[in-house]
Design a binder for this molecule. Structure first.
Ligand code: DGL
Length: 269
């Protein structure tokens, strides 16, 4: 047992909260520090080199400053780019990553037609291509890069509705008909997207499985921690840090719904 060192959860925005809600079900007593690099959002649009450098520097600062017991990179765009280098830089620190759920999709598909819905960065990654070659070589995998869905999810969560047409424009390329067969699985390969999954279900041209890896990531955190579980101090508040320093009533309300208190003021990164 340890004394309340937090689990660090990292994303570029609110997407990692889809992983946080699953983690809380399995580990309700672990203190959480949620960090969003929203100053860089959307990171799916960044070039690889500057983004990798930024991620490695920022996570290095966070790990030194907050001494988390483990870090969860709740972001496909970040982990597929910098996960390996991050682990190499912190060999004694447990790091759980998020990668497109291509392997489970390939095991589950009946039609063999699978789509991967992700940020433009994630669909370009060598890591993603390697997952397809290693686990889905018998499937027809269509990579669909979306420019706007992560921002749409941010908007929706702040109570600013996004139209069906805007969502349809981003997901329609996922639906493929070939030789009498149809796409039957869409991998949600950006942690923001599960927040929109109910909308997707309603507007999809036919029913598919929308694969959300959040629960599997939470289970992996449980495995990695083993017996190293916390005794939460009575006055502990799970905290969130947003690198831009944004501090609005809407954000505070949203975070409170996930049991997080925003650390206000300008944090320097
Ligand atoms: N939530 C992030 C992911 O899983 C990406 C969002 C962004 O583009 O910043 O890929």
């Amino acid at each position: 047992m340890t004394d309340g060192r937090p689990i660090l959860m990292f994303d570029s925005g609110v997407g990692g909260l889809t992983v946080l809600r699953e983690l809380r079900l399995l580990l309700p007593y672990e203190p959480i520090l949620y960090v969003a690099d929203d100053a860089a959002f959307p990171i799916g649009a960044w070039e690889e080199e500057p983004l990798k450098e930024r991620l490695l520097n920022l996570l290095d600062t966070l790990i030194r400053r907050y001494q988390p017991k483990a870090s969860v990179i709740a972001c496909n765009t970040a982990f597929t780019l910098a996960g390996e280098a991050l682990r190499a830089a912190h060999p004694d620190h447990p790091i759980v990553g998020t990668v497109p759920a291509i392997k489970p999709a390939a095991e589950r598909t009946a039609s063999g037609l699978v789509s991967v819905l992700a940020t433009p960065g994630t669909v370009r990654r060598a890591y993603t291509k390697k997952l397809i070659d290693s686990f889905a070589s018998k499937c027809h995998v269509r990579l669909v890069g979306s420019d706007h869905l992560a921002s749409h999810a941010e908007q929706e969560l702040r109570g600013e509705p996004v139209s069906d047409d805007s969502l349809r424009a981003e997901i329609s390329a996922c639906f493929l008909e070939k030789d009498g067969l149809r796409t039957d699985i869409v991998v949600l390969a950006c942690t923001h997207y599960p927040f929109l999954a109910n909308r997707f279900r309603r507007i999809a041209p036919w029913p598919v499985d929308w694969l959300d890896p959040a629960e599997a990531i939470a289970r992996q955190v449980v495995r990695v921690l083993g017996d190293d579980l916390s005794v939460r101090p009575a006055d502990f508040h799970d905290r969130a840090v947003f690198t831009s320093g944004q501090d609005t009533a809407a954000l505070r309300r949203l975070l409170a719904g996930f049991g997080l208190e925003l650390s206000g003021g300008q944090q320097r990164f």
